[in-house]
Write a protein that binds this ligand. Structure first.
Ligand SMILES: C[S@@+](CC[C@H](N)C(=O)[O-])C[C@H]1O[C@@H](n2cnc3c(N)ncnc32)[C@H](O)[C@@H]1O
Length: 229
């Protein structure tokens, strides 16, 4: 796939980071290069304020032994914060081994399991035990093909425990159309409700404008669902 060029100062193109054009179909290599070539704090999704995610996690009332899976975790600061507030049973998964190595080296803990896998062609993830909370910030929206989305939601529905939770934070319909040189599929609350189906009850949702390290704005939809069947 040839990605669109991605100038972060061009408001119309609305990208997430100053990634080069993608010259090949190898998305794993693409993401590895993104994490190799940029300091974490310059990534277009780097967070210092995790309050939108933490406010939704607090609504789950899960106890601290809950199994929490962060999909497409990259090198996110969310894992540091979850450890800080006392969750010792975490799984971070990503397509990029480089990203997960960065995270693992930074954290240096046995409280997090690291799994390199592709959410659109899962292998290792198929074998994990179900989780109490599935967290995805800024990953699902990269799956632009229906079959990729179907595989993602099949895995999610197989891996979330009954009475477990799903926290999805994706570009909303006013959000960027390109991120990291890749096209994205944007979501509304209604679209996420439809994708999850009637077994998942919407607990909370809100729009949130994330400010990138470049100071550009990126509007997200945050949602929290509970599996009720
Ligand atoms: C915009 S970053 C968000 C990272 C992290 N969730 C955060 O909020 O900091 C998107 C992440 O999705 C990962 N990713 C992209 N495609 C993936 C796939 N098919 N399977 C698993 N992870 C994927 C990338 O490697 C990258 O770490």
């Amino acid at each position: 796939m040839k990605g669109e060029s991605c100038n972060i100062n061009d408001k119309r193109k609305s990208c997430c980071s100053q990634s080069d054009q993608i010259e090949n179909k190898n998305l794993k290599e693409h993401w590895d290069n993104v994490y190799k070539n940029s300091p974490e704090e310059k990534l277009g999704w780097y967070e210092t304020d995790l309050s939108p995610t933490l406010s939704l996690i607090s609504k789950t009332d899960l106890n601290k032994t809950a199994r929490i899976l962060n999909v497409g975790a990259g090198s996110t600061t969310l894992i540091d914060e979850l450890l800080n507030i006392g969750y010792p049973n975490l799984i971070a998964t990503d397509l990029s081994e480089v990203a997960l190595n960065k995270l693992e080296n930074r954290l240096s803990t046995d409280k997090v399991k690291f799994i390199v896998d592709d959410l659109t062609n899962p292998t290792n993830l198929k074998n994990i035990a179900p989780v109490d909370l599935w967290i995805d910030r800024a990953v699902l929206h990269f799956f632009t093909e229906k079959n990729e989305q179907d595989i993602y939601f099949d895995l999610l529905k197989n891996k979330v425990k009954n009475n477990g939770f799903v926290l999805l934070a994706q570009f909303n319909l006013n959000g960027a159309t390109v991120c990291s040189g890749l096209p994205v599929h944007r979501y509304s609350k209604k679209m996420l409700i439809e994708k999850l189906g009637s077994n998942f009850a919407l607990i909370d949702s809100f729009d949130y404008t994330y400010i990138m390290p470049s100071r550009a704005e990126r509007p997200y939809i945050y949602t929290l669902f509970k599996l009720i069947n």
